[in-house]
Design a protein around this ligand. Sequence first.
Ligand SMILES: NC(=O)N[C@@H](CC(=O)O)C(=O)O
Ligand SMILES: [Zn+2]
Ligand SMILES: [Zn+2]
Length: 426
Amino acid sequence: MTVIIKNASVLNGEGVLERKHIVVQDGVISAIKNDNEAVDEAGEIIEAEGKLLIPGLIDMHVHLREPGFEHKETIETGARSAAKGGFTTIACMPNTRPVTDSPEIVQFVKDKAAEAGLVKVLPYAAITKNELGRELTDFAALKEAGAIGFTDDGVGVQSAQMMKDAMKIAAGLDMPVIAHCEDNSLVEGCAVAEGTFAAKHGLKGIPNESEAIHVGRDILLAEATGVHYHVCHVSTEQSVRLIRQAKEIGIKVTAEVCPHHLLLSEEDIPGLDANWKMNPPLRSRRDVEACIAGLLDGTIDIIVTDHAPHSEEEKAKGMQLAPFGIVGFETAFPLLYTAFVAAGKWDLSFLVQRMTADPARVFRLNTGSLKVGAPADLTLIDLTEEKEVEPASFASKGRNTPFGGWKLKGWPVKTWVNGTAVWTEE
Ligand SMILES: NC(=O)N[C@@H](CC(=O)O)C(=O)O
Ligand SMILES: [Zn+2]
Ligand SMILES: [Zn+2]
């Protein structure tokens, strides 16, 4: 099976766009030719004139909800939403029901992903049984079953001793620990961050320290244990500062940030609408600027969506009672392209790297680059047509986004995984 993608715009090593023909054979990139070179191979021709071709996007933090919460999303609907958003590899969080805390559930996730046959789905397993923070899971057995790292995402591991024990075992297995950083004692009953919105509506606010206290604690534990420690959804200036300092002295810490924490602050929340409720919450403008600076200087390594679908009924419960989380797959690239690249603030290659090569480097994946011999995980993007975000037409079951109606450019039009098209925009 041969696919030839002709006249695509491809970023070269210097971040400059060049016209290339990409030949894909048996799921692998077999040749990258200059536009004046002849393509002798026979196969399916895709005319990509004027479109950007990049390595498939990688999202290392997503919630697919299956098993247990299929009314919010299934592995199949989540994988389709990812493909539509230009993602070819996604790593799913274990806060399902049952929690992914046994080899059987890891296997279940892998089987469902294979059945869907869309994007590559990499399962994380829980640090503690049922994510209750009381008893560690069997890391060796979970690794053996195919888990790629350990995390209790959705909640913070409250006990420092438990986290240290987890890190020691993970380090011995050469596996990363991925942390949702949140001190429960500081956030009880809170739905939004401390700030002008909380004050205006008489709400108790989530303080920045609730995140940064765990970041600081865990950096010290990572130093003591030598584990690869990865910080989830960084959202505060203090967390960025702590991670920057830790990296400077050689501690093995990496970090991620979500598009909404780069684009929105608590001042932007229009009213008591739970589509603006997520964890961590939207913080101050100062925090947003610190996250952007952290991403630019490499303190924050990668961009993730934290795709967190919930049903409309659940989100209709209002700001105080609705669950935390927003969907992310189908808006991530166009949002960041429009707000940062088209606006002239970031190079296109910088955005693409933070969503492809950098996650591949941090998590040692064999994808994320456009080179001969690499798996043909590819995304074709239309950089010119402007379209509105329409939650009603998402492939995800989730419609919970604060970005509905935003006019964006940079929409993915076709996605291939191992050379097979898994999404084509009609
Ligand atoms: N981010 C969220 O607001 N929600 C996530 C949990 C999490 O990522 O902590 C979810 O599972 O819904
Ligand atoms: Zn989390
Ligand atoms: Zn999450």
